[in-house]
Design a protein. Structure first.
Length: 235
């Protein structure tokens, strides 16, 4: 099973208002294992980035001036994601932008994301697993014990790498034992460290049956085999 964990950064929040993708970051999972294969590109949007967006991802207009436009990378991007399942947090946002960009490229022949891939929305999945709780990426990292301290700003490749960890933890079954039933401030269960026995402690004492106890045991087996019955203990 091939999955592509994907994130984008954009000039604003609505492609219908002319906003464009400026960064794409993808990491590949095959059979739930990171392969090390990635797709990462910065894109010249041919328009200005809103200041509010710059404050989120830190990507400036000047930085993108010499970067390729989407049409230049569209074929490589489509080839990378083709046939895979896309794993995206808040998928409608990213897929909406991707479809908008594909529509602008004549060589794509009107193809949309759904024509090339299936899509799994981890935000929707998280809301089903943790109803009524915060389910943004930072909250999920805290809940599953994933270190995202190096994430000062949003970045498509970094966020896709973090999301891959979150997705694998979220779909991998039980990740921690919480026998105390304590809850943290955002409503999730606290992850209590597992206390392990000190290996230097004395080994458990083995009590063996006495001769009299063995005799009584054989008598009990005689009752089992009485009248032609069989006993696995004696086979």
């Amino acid at each position: 099973m091939r999955q592509i964990v994907l994130d984008t950064e954009t000039t604003g929040i609505d492609p219908r208002q002319g906003h464009r993708i400026i960064e794409i970051g993808c990491v590949e999972l095959v059979n739930r294992r990171l392969t090390g294969n990635t797709f990462h590109v910065y894109i010249n949007p041919q328009r200005l980035i809103e200041q509010e967006a710059i404050e989120v991802h830190g990507i400036t207009n000047e930085y993108l001036l010499d970067k390729p436009v989407f049409a230049d990378i569209a074929a490589d991007f489509a080839q990378f994601i083709n046939g895979a399942q896309l794993v995206i947090h808040n998928a409608p946002f990213d897929v909406g932008f991707m479809d908008h960009e594909f529509d602008r490229v004549a060589s794509m022949g009107g193809k949309k994301t759904a024509d090339m891939c299936t899509v799994l929305d981890t935000l929707e999945m998280a809301r089903q697993i943790h109803p009524g709780q915060k389910n943004n990426l930072d909250a999920l990292c805290k809940r599953y014990g994933i270190d995202n301290s190096h994430r000062e700003l949003h970045g498509a490749l970094l966020d896709s790498e973090i999301l891959a960890d979150v997705y694998l933890m979220m779909t991998g079954g039980q990740t921690a034992l919480n026998l105390s039933g304590k809850s943290n401030s955002d409503g999730g269960s606290q992850v209590e460290p597992i206390r392990r026995l000190d290996p230097s402690l004395n080994q458990l004492k083995v009590l063996r049956a006495t001769a009299d106890e063995l005799v009584e045991h054989e008598k009990r087996l005689d009752l089992v085999t009485k009248e032609g019955g069989s006993c696995l203990w004696r086979e």
